[in-house]
Write a protein that binds this ligand. Structure first.
Ligand code: C2E
Ligand code: CA
Ligand code: CA
Length: 488
């Protein structure tokens, strides 16, 4: 306000007998409170008070109420405010709900200070991914973030932002020689199409996030009507699974594996099924992911190990038993102990047990997982790399961890008629021979496929041609007759 105006105001309020106070910001950044009080006998008193500290404290309070202390990003309430403001206008918006993948593993492995450091870095990368000053990225709590994007041109801008974010967050985070890997998943809701109010939009973005997560990590997904039904179905599945273990609804089937050269069965792989009273017989592909998400896979996998070993204890000596173990399971602190106890209780020697892991296990940045596997291997347990060839850099992982066996994914065997696929299969077999790693071909269904594999020097085969997965009693019978006919 200019001087004349100030004087006029002061005069007016003094004449009205009012008290008047104003803040003055000085050039050095300090704040003065100037109060003028009229006196009874006419005239007035002015007081000058330095309120710099008070104002700063107030600003700090307001900052604390609106920003997250760790990352300094807007917090949930600020995000809500900005969203409400934005919706008052007519501009289209994209609302992103974000959630880190594998963040818990970072916290568990390196402790909370490392987790905090990582969250700060993620916040920084998210901030840099935005292409407009008006867009808002907020931390809602834990490893959850949200983004408000203004004026996306249809879904394409939102999609580009999502892709950018997935790419930057999946780059490793390096600190003090540690290499931390997390990923990020995103759910996106568009305004006005996907909701007319903030609650619905946020809920729908969450829904999209959740349904994306159930199918894999490092994904983004747009909200679609009908998603809530899928999410409800998934939650119902998790609830049913919760009680299924107590009710002994899981069973193992066993599928034989043969040595191609000799034609002899060398062992079998345990494959889990869920015999649900309401759903019927459920295949592992339809429940393992849910069991991993809910954490049930830990006791469930422990049960499978115990059960498989106790069944294998009745097999002819030397027959191997292969058990699938999930990454989540190996990360749990008690994994090694549960393996050792399964062997001890059943009396099966370590050399007969094979643990089938996938690349995701070796992708785990933490040394703990590799250490656990190494210890188990020292006991004589064999480690097999399952679904070989389907991952990102299967070859790289062979260098990281020396496995005993590679199982070529069944998709390669299925397409082995294709000459490029055949070349890849031959290369994997050659590589195995070179490195002293047993190579097993999965999903062998025809004599023709087996023939190609035999000529290429593949060591073992598994698949419907060799034998279907079957009940424990049937497998025991098969192994005994084979062993008997061998003696005869
Ligand atoms: P996998 O480890 O690759 O297991 C082999 C899958 O291929 C089995 O499916 C088996 O039935 C199927 N299969 C075997 N031979 C053939 C063939 O000739 N042709 C075709 N098309 N398929 C064949 P299944 O039993 O449905 O298991 C699916 C996946 O579920 C397994 O893939 C494994 O990753 C997972 N899984 C199974 N049991 C367990 C378990 O106890 N724990 C964990 N964590 N995962 C399990
Ligand atoms: Ca397997
Ligand atoms: Ca496999």
């Amino acid at each position: 306000m200019d001087i004349d105006g100030e004087i006029a105001n002061t005069r007016a309020s003094l004449q009205a007998g009012e008290e008047r106070s104003t803040d003055r910001s000085l050039a050095d950044g300090r704040t003065l409170l100037v109060a003028r009080r009229p006196l009874a006998g006419g005239g007035w008193v002015a007081t000058f008070e330095d309120i710099t500290e008070r104002r700063r404290a107030e600003e700090r309070m307001s900052h604390l109420a609106h920003y997250d202390t760790l990352t300094d990003l807007p917090n949930r309430s600020m995000f809500r405010e900005r969203l409400d403001q934005a919706m008052a206008g007519d501009t289209p918006l994209a609302i992103f709900s974000l959630d880190l993948d594998r963040f818990k593993a970072v916290n568990d492995t390196w402790g909370h200070p490392a987790g905090d450091w990582l969250l700060k870095c993620v916040a920084e990368r998210l901030r840099h991914s935005l292409r407009s000053d008006t867009d808002v990225v907020a931390r809602l709590g834990g490893d959850e973030f949200a983004i408000l994007q203004f004026n996306p041109k249809g879904a394409t801008d939102a999609e580009q932002l999502a892709k950018r974010i997935v790419a930057v967050v999946s780059q490793p985070f390096r600190d003090k020689g540690r290499d931390m890997h997390v990923g990020i998943s995103l759910g996106i809701a568009l305004y006005p199409g996907d909701g007319k109010d903030a609650d619905t939009l946020l809920k729908n973005a969450d829904m999209a996030l959740y349904s994306g997560k159930s199918e894999g990590r490092n994904v983004y997904r747009f909200f679609e009507p009908g998603m809530d039904a899928l999410v409800r179905a998934r939650l119902a599945l998790e609830t049913d699974l919760e009680t299924a273990l107590k009710r002994r609804e899981f069973v193992l089937e066993f599928q034989p594996i043969t040595n191609i050269a000799s034609g002899k069965i060398v062992g079998a792989e345990a494959l889990m099924r869920w015999n649900s009273p309401t759903r019927g017989l459920v295949a592992p592909d339809d429940f393992i992911a849910a069991a991993e998400d809910s954490g049930l896979i830990v006791p469930l996998g422990e049960w499978a190990l115990k059960q498989a070993c106790s069944v294998a204890a009745g097999w002819p000596p030397g027959m191997r038993i292969a058990v699938n173990v999930s990454a989540v399971q190996i990360r749990s602190a008690d994994f090694a102990r549960s393996v050792i106890s399964a062997l001890a209780v059943s009396g099966v020697p370590a050399s007969r047990l094979e643990l089938e892991i996938t690349e995701t296990v070796l992708m785990d940045e933490s040394e703990t997982v590799l250490k656990t596997l190494r210890q188990l291997r020292e006991l004589g347990i064999r480690i097999a790399l399952d679904d070989f060839g389907t991952g990102y850099s299967s070859l790289g992982y062979l260098r990281r961890f020396p496995v005993d066996k590679i199982k070529i994914d069944r998709s390669f065997i299925h397409d082995i008629d294709n000459k490029d696929t055949a070349a890849i299969v031959r290369t994997i077999i050659g590589l195995g021979a070179e490195l002293g790693i047993t190579v097993t071909a999965e999903g062998v269904e025809t004599e023709a496929q087996l023939d190609i594999l035999r000529k290429a020097g593949c060591v073992e085969a598994q698949g419907f041609l060799i034998g279907m997965p079957s009940k424990a009693a049937d497998m025991a019978r098969l192994l005994k007759t084979r062993a008997a006919s061998r003696r005869a």
